[in-house]
Design a protein around this ligand. Sequence first.
Ligand SMILES: NC(=O)C1=CN([C@@H]2O[C@H](COP(=O)(O)OP(=O)(O)OC[C@H]3O[C@@H](n4cnc5c(N)ncnc54)[C@H](OP(=O)(O)O)[C@@H]3O)[C@@H](O)[C@H]2O)C=CC1
Ligand SMILES: O=C(O)[C@@H]1CCC=N1
Length: 270
Amino acid sequence: MDKVIGFIGTGNMGAAIIKGLLDTGFASPGNIVASRRNQLALDKLKSESGIQTTSNNTLVASKADILFIAVKPNVYESIIEEVRTFIKADAVIVNIAAGKSIHFIEDTFQKPVKVARAMPNTPALVGEGMIGICFNEEMEKTEREYIVELFSSIGKVEVVAESLLDAVVGVSGSSPAILYMIIEAMADGAVKSGMPRQQAYTFAAQAMLGSAKMVLETGIHPGELKDQVCSPGGTTIEAVTKAEETGLRSSILAAVEAAVAKSVEMTKES
Ligand SMILES: NC(=O)C1=CN([C@@H]2O[C@H](COP(=O)(O)OP(=O)(O)OC[C@H]3O[C@@H](n4cnc5c(N)ncnc54)[C@H](OP(=O)(O)O)[C@@H]3O)[C@@H](O)[C@H]2O)C=CC1
Ligand SMILES: O=C(O)[C@@H]1CCC=N1
């Protein structure tokens, strides 16, 4: 029998994962059950996706073989306290929150539980997520493989040590926000030169997508790829000079570092 995949919380991330699982056929609507408080949002989700919805978190917990807790980090503790006695004996808990360690989840359940700690990102909605994941000792090999397969249906998955999860938050969990800012700024530059705005977004976003694919598919060092674009005395070296003068690299490095630091701080506080 197919596993029941439960979601407590279906906001940006929960909904993105559900859509990815359905679009790729990894799960069928009948195998997904999800809860949140907002009834209108639940009705919309049900009519759009066909999954089972409820405002009852304990019902989701009691049905799920795989239970995603997809609420904001500050309500994790209260949600776990609410559902801890209702989960199936063999349930796998999937923690996707920034700053919530495996240890925190185990402690809050107050009993041995199987925990997968993952850090996805919102491009999961279009099947291009990046997911860093680790597991606790309770998780069997086949269960780990199943969770990796599940996340593979919505993006690329790398199993990493838990100590690297804060870095994952910076480099792929939070970084889409920075990348959208870059796309927006590039488009502004094109708009300033007379290009219509929607067209500018297409050019900027496709340039980013293509560049990302070049890094992933050619394996060539990003610095060398940059050099390939810079003709001597040409336009690109002017752009590169301006980007260096205005601190582009150090700005982005500092932004990633700030997200990592916040994740470390949140983990310590929980
Ligand atoms: N957004 C992102 O890019 C990423 C987010 N994450 C992590 O994912 C988690 C969710 O983030 P995100 O999806 O952005 O947050 P959202 O605010 O978009 O979604 C949170 C969801 O939780 C629901 N919720 C809140 N309280 C309860 C409750 N008591 N019972 C049931 N459902 C509840 C909300 O619905 P309602 O108000 O109707 O109850 C909503 O559906 C966070 O822990 C975050 O760290 C991880 C990677 C990337
Ligand atoms: O901002 C946040 O807390 C979440 C975690 C990673 C991306 N968004």
